[in-house]
Design a protein around this ligand. Structure first.
Ligand SMILES: [Zn+2]
Ligand SMILES: [Zn+2]
Length: 147
């Protein structure tokens, strides 16, 4: 994966490119999400950012994440009743650890939208992700030790 140093100017340029006004919450949130590949709920991201940006409200984080997702700067999907915001905008699957909840990207081969079954004829499918559940290396190791 391409490695970039995310500076304020790169984040600002990205926001402008997607037609968003450059505000300090948007810059802080974009930088946090894009400096490394990651998955966050709005709550988790707020908890991370509030240390550096005490004035940032949970609601601002939530609204900003939705704006960024709606213009395609980040992607999002639903998991167990939460919206997960994802800095990876390409179509991909996910591996979810059943023990600790760790979520990792799985490169997927071709995830073409299904087209043939009659039951989805009237639908407009935009994209999606499959969640593969199992155990991450750390939890798998623990299970081996206690076995
Ligand atoms: Zn785990
Ligand atoms: Zn992902």
């Amino acid at each position: 994966m391409e490695h970039r140093i995310w500076s304020e100017s790169i984040a600002s340029a990205l926001l402008r490119k997607h037609g968003l006004r450059v505000t300090s919450p948007r810059v802080a949130i974009s930088m946090k999400l894009l400096e490394q590949h990651c998955h966050y709920t709005a709550q988790q991201l707020h908890a991370e950012l509030v240390r550096l940006h005490p004035a940032l409200s949970p609601n601002t984080v939530y609204l900003t994440l939705n704006q960024l997702a709606s213009v395609g700067v980040i992607s999002s999907f639903r998991l167990s009743g939460n919206t997960i915001f994802d800095s990876n905008t390409t179509t991909h699957d996910h591996a979810l650890c059943r023990e600790c909840g760790r979520l990792e990207d799985l490169p997927s081969e071709t995830l073409d939208a299904p087209t043939s079954p009659a039951c989805i004829k009237e639908w407009v499918l935009e994209g999606g992700t499959r969640i593969w559940s199992g155990f991450c290396p750390i939890c798998n190791d623990e299970a081996d030790k206690t076995a």
